[in-house]
Design a protein around this ligand. Structure first.
Ligand SMILES: [Zn+2]
Length: 401
C-alpha cells in the first residue's frame, strides 16, 4: 500500500462510526518506514489528522491549554511529537536509559541524548499542497510540465499568514513590529498564524521535534512530503527550501537545511467544494479513539485541553528531562553540556530557551527570509508562552498514553 492509501485507510477505519466528524477538507498523516528491519512491519502509520482552521483570538490560552493551529499538517506534527515523547518514556522507564531498546524508533547517543535511528524515515502525507507559498500560485491541478513561467515575480516566496477564522493566507506586512500583542488581539485585532508552507520550511531547517524535545533529541527531519493533489514541484520546492537556500547562513550542527523529497500520490484527491468543518480530528498511534478538537477554541468539545496542547507537551518534557541524559547543545562556536535549571516555576518560554542550537537555527531561518526580502516572521503574543507546568503530579501512564 502507498503512503496515501495507508493514511486514508486508517482515517476511514477510525471514523467509520462517526459520519459527522469524518467530513474533512484536508487530511494529513505521518508514516514511518523502516529499512533493514528483518522482522515486523516495514511501515507504520503514526498519526492521522484533519483540519483547516486556527484558534480565534479570544480563545488564546495563557495556560498553554489551547491548540492554536488546527491545520491538518500542523496537528500531524504535534501527533508525531507525542509519538517521540512515548518513545523516550520507554527509555525513562527502563533500568538503564542509556541502553538501546531494540524495538524503539530512537536510540541513545554515547555523549547523552537520543536520535531517530538511521533506518527510520519520517514521511508526511497531506491531501493537498500546504497553504501559503506552496499553494497560492498553483490553485489548479494540471498535467502540464510544472514550470513556473514567472519565477522572479516579487510575490514568489513571500512569507504569508493564515487569517483568523478564514481559510486563505495573506502576505506578511513589511512592518518592523512582528510580535503580536495579547491586549491587541483580545481587543479584536486579528490573530495571525504563519502559513503551513512557512512552517514546513521551518521544519526543513530545525526539524519536526520542536524546541522542547531538542533538549533530548537530535533534530528529526521529514524525509518525504507526499501530496494528494496540487503538487507543482517548482512551487512546492521553492516554498519548502528553495526560497531560502541562497540566504541561509550555516546552521549550528546537527541542524542543516534538509531538501525534503517531494512525491505525488498515486491517485489524485478530488477537491471538495463544501464548506470546511471547524473541527480537527487528531489521532496518534495506540489511541483507541481520535480526539475531536474544536479549531475555534483550540480545545475538545468538552472544554478539556487536547493531548496535543503545549501544556501536555510541557508536562511530558518535565517528566523526561529529570530522568534522561540530556543532549549536548551546540551554540555559535562550541558545544555545551546542558544543566537542568530548577524546574519548579520554570516557564514554558524559559524551557524552550534551554536548546540554544535549536534557537540559533530558528533565528538563522528568520534572518534568511528577511535577507531574501521575503518578509518578517510574525510571532504570537509573548504572554502565550509564560505559563508553568500544571501537571507535575500527573500519572505518567496517562501523560504518555
Ligand atoms: Zn495550512
Amino acid at each position: 500500500m502507498t503512503r496515501q492509501e495507508l493514511v486514508n485507510e486508517k482515517f476511514n477505519d477510525l471514523m467509520k462510526d462517526d459520519i459527522v466528524h469524518s467530513k474533512r477538507k484536508v487530511l494529513a498523516g505521518i508514516v514511518l518506514t523502516y529499512n533493514n528491519r528483518p522482522e515486523g512491519a516495514k511501515v507504520r502509520v503514526i498519526a492521522v489528522t484533519t483540519g483547516t482552521k486556527c484558534v480565534s483570538g479570544e480563545h488564546m490560552s495563557e495556560r498553554g491549554r489551547a491548540v492554536n493551529d488546527c491545520h491538518a499538517e500542523v496537528c500531524a506534527r504535534r501527533a508525531l511529537q507525542r509519538h517521540l515523547y512515548r518513545q523516550l518514556y520507554q527509555y525513562a522507564r527502563s533500568a538503564d536509559p542509556t541502553k538501546l531498546i531494540p524495538t524503539s524508533d530512537i536510540e541513545p547517543l554515547p555523549g547523552g541524548g537520543y536520535a531517530l535511528r538511521k533506518h527510520v524515515q519520517v514521511h508526511l502525507y497531506v491531501s493537498t499542497a500546504p497553504c501559503g507559498d506552496g499553494r497560492i500560485f498553483s490553485p489548479h491541478e494540471t498535467s502540464e510540465p510544472a514550470l513556473d513561467r514567472h519565477p522572479n515575480r516579487l510575490a514568489r516566496g513571500q512569507l504569508r499568514t493564515k487569517i483568523e477564522s478564514g481559510e486563505g493566507t495573506i502576505p506578511v506586512k513589511n512592518s518592523s513590529n512582528t510580535v503580536q500583542t495579547w491586549d491587541g488581539v483580545m481587543q479584536g485585532e486579528r490573530l495571525l498564524t504563519m502559513s503551513c508552507s512557512d512552517k514546513a520550511a521551518r521544519w526543513c531547517c530545525v526539524g519536526l521535534q520542536g524546541a522542547l524535545l531538542a533538549l533530548l533529541l537530535r533534530p528529526v527531519y521529514p524525509r518525504a512530503l507526499v501530496l494528494g493533489s496540487l503538487l507543482h514541484p517548482a512551487h512546492t520546492s521553492r516554498a519548502l527550501y528553495g526560497r531560502i537556500e541562497g540566504s541561509l547562513t550555516a546552521l549550528p550542527p546537527p541542524y542543516a537545511l534538509h531538501r525534503v523529497m517531494l512525491a505525488r500520490a498515486a491517485s489524485a484527491e478530488v477537491r471538495s467544494p463544501a464548506r470546511a468543518p471547524s473541527f480537527s480530528v487528531a489521532w496518534c498511534e495506540n489511541d483507541t479513539v481520535p480526539e475531536i478538537i474544536n479549531a475555534t477554541t483550540g480545545k475538545l468539545e468538552s472544554g478539556q485541553p487536547s493531548l496535543l496542547c503545549k501544556q501536555s507537551m510541557f508536562a511530558r518534557w518535565q517528566y523526561l528531562v529529570k530522568r534522561l541524559p540530556l543532549l549536548p547543545q551546540s551554540t555559535e562556536c562550541t558545544t555545551v553540556t546542558p544543566t537542568l535549571p530548577q524546574l519548579d516555576g520554570l516557564l514554558y518560554q524559559e524551557a524552550k530557551q534551554l536548546s540554544p542550537g535549536y534557537q540559533l537555527a530558528k533565528q538563522r531561518l528568520i534572518e534568511a527570509f528577511d535577507k531574501a526580502k521575503l518578509g518578517k516572521w510574525v510571532k504570537k503574543p509573548l504572554e502565550q508562552d509564560q505559563f508553568i507546568c500544571e501537571l507535575t503530579d500527573a500519572d505518567p501512564e496517562l501523560l504518555f498514553a
